[in-house]
Each structure stands twice: as C-alpha cells, then as structure tokens.
Design a binder for this molecule. Sequence first.
Ligand code: ZN
Length: 343
Amino acid sequence: MRVFHSNDHRGHAGAKEMRYDQLIPMCESPDRIDTILAALGDQGHRDIVEAARFDIAPVLRVHTPGFVDFLERCWPLWESEFGPGGFATAYMFGMRGMDQAPNASVHSMLSCYTFDVCVPFVAGTWTAIRSAVDATLSAAAHVAAGNGAAFALCRPPGHHASSDLAGGYCYVNNAAVAAQRLLDGGASRIAILDVDYHHGNGTQSIFYERSDVLYASIHATPEREYPFLLGYRHETGRGRGEGFNFNQPLPLGTRLESYRPALAAALQRVRAHEPDVLIVSLGVDTYAKDPVGGFALETPDFVRIGADIAALNLPTLFVMEGGYAIAELGVNTANVITGFAGG
Ligand SMILES: [Zn+2]
C-alpha cells in the first residue's frame, strides 16, 4: 500500500495542553509520525512518497471561509500582539444562544472558532495543517485512480474539526475533505469508518444531514470520555441524513472480544451503503497503554482490525487520526496496514 506523507508537519510543535488539572506537553507531537514511519519500514511497507501540493479549494468545500481564514491568520495575529514563542489558545468560548461573530481581535476568533484548549497555534501550525490535507488528498487521488488502497500518514489529525470549529488536536477535517473531493470527482457514495478511541464529532456534524456519506464510529462512551457531549447511539442523522450516522459507544476497558462485534456491525453498515470508497479514520488510541485512551486493545489486535476491514474488499483510504503511546504507536499503526494487506 502506498503511503503519502510530508515533512511539513514538523513545525506544529512545542505547545502545551491542559489535561484536567495539569498543563502538559502536547501528546499530539511530531515524533508520532517518525515512529509510524519506522514501524512501516520494519514491516516491509517501503512505498512511502511525498505528498503533492493542493490549493485550498477542496478545504473550502467542507469548511467555512471565515474559519479557514482564521486558521491561516491566527498565529501571525497572535505573534503581532505577544511576540514570538509561546502558543495561541482561546481564553474563553462562545456562549450558547447569542449571535456571535468574531471581530478583528485574534481572541474573538479563537473564542468563535475553537471549542477546547487542545488546539494551540504556533508558527508552523498552518503549514502543518496544509501538509495533512496534501497527504490526504494525494492518497485519495491514488485510490480514485484505481490503486485499491492508500494511507495518508498525516498530522494534525482531523475528525474532531467541524465546518467552523477546531478542537481535540484537529483543525481541518482531513477525512471529510477527502470524502467531498471524491464525491466531487464522480463518486456517488462514501463511507467513513472511524476507529479512533474518541468519537469524531466533527465528521459527524459535517455529514449529519447527508445521505451520500455514511459515518460509522466505534468509540468510548461520551458519558465517560471526550468529547463528552456527542457520540451517543441515538444520534442517527437528521433529515436526508437520517440513518446515515451510526455510533457505537463502548465502555472504558473494552477489549477485542467486545470491540470486534462492534466493528463487524459497523462494517455491515458500510457494506450496505455500497460506497465507492471507504475512508478509515485510523486512530490507535484504543491501545491499552495509550495515555489518552481508556480501552484495552493489545498490539496484535490491530492486525485483526486491519484484516476485518480488508474483508470488505473496497477501495480504501486510511487517514491517520489519534494514537499517543509513542513506544507502541508505530507498530500498532503498521499492524493495521499489515493486517489489511494480508500480512
Ligand atoms: Zn482519539
């Protein structure tokens, strides 16, 4: 399977995040990609190529112009106020029920366009966001050209980002941009299977009223886990999208024995949708030792997950999402790819 990647993600680094009552270095760091690249090579996946460059138009098919403009200008505006170093983050968030629009102040933009304190901006953030889109669209083009499967090895991840909100390490929703691009290129139906530990609230919201993109997610129950407010089973879509959103929240401590039936149910829904392309939002923070996650999947389990997805026999685009146990992140991710490839 060809892997698409860009080194331009590296500048998105050095910020800190709140973890409940502590300020800690961000778990979503550049060394995540290094460890995955090394493990892919160890498992014989050597077809790793540089992503092509794309213009911003495909991003604007999913995200609002005001939001995209904010993503690009946030750091320069912040730096002009505070100088170099540090990182930009919101001081407060929008208030429900009020008509809100950002003004010229970067603080108002951060309040309007972010929903948590896990999306800091530094000097290299915008370049990294663009590089993740480039890797994802390159991989999507490769799949659309009839090559079977591809892996967009990108960061920052995307599945928490909605059309006009960044959060949960996510700025642009890479998987959603790819889905729309494939539809614009002639596909009739797309399925997004989200196996990240967290519910992809952003992807859900982008396609919630649409029937051309099925969103199926297996994730930790929002009663115990981020994003806390979304990811319930009763969220099934709205209007034309009714029945095209399939959430399977699972309890903390979930092991493969109970994860696999949920995966089978999601795959069954994907098959019934008859998608032209399956997009897998590939998070491996379901791993037992993940510092962010609370499931109990083990390293060999990821081979099985890859093989189960492969059994659908669909053109498949893997897009990297979460996974933060640096010591095992590489092998866990590569195991999915190897399992998919029949290894
Ligand atoms: Zn996650």
